[in-house]
Design a protein around this ligand. Sequence first.
Ligand code: ADP
Length: 887
Amino acid sequence: MTEPSRFDAGAPASAGSPVMIQYYEIKRANPGCLLFFRMGDFFELFFDDAVAAAGALDIALTKRGRHDGADIPMCGVPVHTAETYLARLIRAGFKVAICDQIEDAAEARRRGVKGPVRRAVVRVVTAGTLTEEGLLDARRHNYLVGLAEAGGEIGLAWLDLSTGAFALAPSSEPALPGDLARLAPGEILLPERMLTRPALYELLAEWKPVLTPLPNPRFESGMARRRLEDFYGVAALDGFGNFGRAEIAAAGALVDYVGLTQQGRAPYLEPPRRVMPGSVMQIDAATRRNLELVANAAGERRGSLLTTIDRTVTAAGARLLADHLAAPLTLPAAIAARLDAVEYFSHCADQRMALREVLRHCPDLERALTRLSLGRGGPRDLAAMRQSLGETGSLRHTLAEPGLVPLPELLAAARCGLGQHGVLVDRLGRALADELPLFARDGGFIAAGYSDELDAWRRLRDESRRTIAALQARYAAETAIAALKIRHNNVIGYYVEVSASHAGKLRPEFIHRQTMAGAQRYTTVELADLETRIAQAAERALALEQHLYDDLVGEVMARRAEIAGAAAALAVLDLAAALAERAAEGGWVRPAVEAGTAFEIRGGRHPMVEAGLAASGDGGSFVANDCVLAEERIWLVTGPNMAGKSTFLRQNALIAILAQIGSFVPAGAARIGIVDRLFSRVGAADDLARGRSTFMVEMVETAAILNQAGPNAFVILDEIGRGTATYDGLSIAWAALEHLHAVNRCRALFATHYHELTALAAKLPALACHTMRVKEWKGDVVFLHEVGPGAADRSYGIHVARLAGLPTTVTARAEEVLEILEKGEQGGALARLADDLPLFSAALRRADPAPPPESAAEALLRDTRPDELTPRDALDLLYRLKALVTG
Ligand code: ADP
């Protein structure tokens, strides 16, 4: 309790004081939240809240008053730096209810009622409902996701309060993990009863820190529908799409929650969009991690696919790219439309440069718009509007210049979506000053010349200040005290100050106010009058500025749909130009994306490894490789360690993703039949947090692939089975490969060290063997990083061990052991195994694990000895069999 000002607002003397009673009431009404209770310049927390927050924020826990004979724990954070503390609390998983003073002490006095100033919760801050720049990542969406069940179906809805994005989609238990991985929600709302289902509980375990279970009735679909209709002011939702009941229940709960956390203030939300099932490539969480789509293996952005391809220059463009990357499309026409836009900017490099230069100066419209609509904005948000909307004209102009090719559909639509904002931009341009404060309440942001009345009040205020300076000079002359000063502070306002030794020289009109060490302070009637005039003028000026601010915000709000349209258009333009920029940088090509199961990559490269090699500057360049899956749709890739197998596998999966988000790809040429599901099992890492060993993780992921991949899937499997004993692992890899071939029938790349598997190629018609080429030279091995037909006969593991610095005694002994093992019996045994493929029985087992009872026809056939039949017997047998089958 070092700052007495913390209790200026009438602090509680005891737990039973009026302020504490007010506190209890508000606290009770906001269960599950820390309560930030405004007292003067601080937000104070009490009781358990204080203990929890002090721990999480590492700030001092003090005490205030007593309750039930014990001290009340308390801690607090200054209002002006509250955002930093909020960010930390939200990150630590808390929800915070902000309880503000909604009148000042003077108003409370005028009200005449004794008691504390009025306070109310103005907002509940949760991880999924953030809007402040300081709490958000500018380049990522922060989704609030709703889950609901109705009619036996699961519905999903998501919105980003900070940008207004809003979408719905049907989901299901098997699809849910992938859907959530795609959205990476900041917070998930769901009815309490869903968590009582063990299967769902298990499935949602990894999202536990962001789950917000709510009472079941909030997810009632009828009410949810009405809530959405009210929110959008429509009689029926059908105009937006044909939504399922569960989806509506989820969406309604979201809108309800937004109302609750924003205390009734309505943000701007786009009309809800339905994401059709199957319209995006399904990629599960493990695959996303394995392929390092948005974060590298260490969880950092550096080196991820997103960072490697992101050349956007606006935050909204970056968010759109992250969204697209999370959800590649599956409709060739939609992909082609995006590719057309990128191709356009690839051809028109000058236009692209000009456009990007303009976009670079466009601040974030979407988030500024949300803040303004929630009453949380400030003059700088208006300036963002002026700036970005002001650039729409020059963007339109840039796009109007005749290019080498006509403007493709997506860009033409974006050009149109930029809209016309001349009047608003002009008004904002005239209204806003050059230097802007963060908050409207600080004043000083309206430009001179915009309002005559404001200018008059300001003149008065400033003139009065000049009059004070003149008064000081006059008093100094009249009293012959050259050091006489007129000063100001917030406690006593303006005063005349002279040193103690001069005090006796003053006339009686100087009224004594304060004695300081070595100085005396006075006031005069004249000074007090002047002070009142200054205060009035400043107060009027500030009130008028506030009024003008509200007017401007009102004008922005009246046009929010158009502004949101312009914001969306800016993002589309930025993204298309950025992808073209990236393509130009890396010599990437437009892929042909079509229906079917083609997969033909010529000269493909791995975007991150290639960028890494280029950045390392040691002269090594990436070796491009082909991958052509046709009749032979599964490639078995063998080769030594470090030869580039994983790189090759991943690059093809990444190329498929890039193609389907509508980006050019790092290859000489590419033709890809739509991939509806992508699976990757690469490398192995213990998932200790979830108590699973490497091998268990590997098997869980492999199971997902074998159970779910269909004919349009694309699978990469890297060294499965390596986490267990050799024969165990080999057997699993063997059987998995057969399953992929006979049951899943998808395109797949399968890398392995089990060279024994290459024996399968002779038996499985759709399997082809490829290997990473190496050159042995003077006892050394040189990796060429080239993929060619054939099989490796060795892994060169001992060679790699030598490179890694294992003691020579160990590597020499290993050579000896290897020689003995290689002469062993296993080769013969495995060759026999290859002749006895349980391939078709595997397919049967999958369809129905219990063997069906033998039919009469089968029994007859089993008992027949073909060698002993005469031609006549054979014909009879045929008739009997036919009779048995047709009944
Ligand atoms: P493996 O899976 O066969 O052990 P990796 O795919 O992990 O090998 O590749 C090992 C290293 O080799 C990579 O980190 C990369 O530096 C290099 N490399 C892989 N493929 C290529 C390539 N096509 N061109 C150039 N360097 C490559």
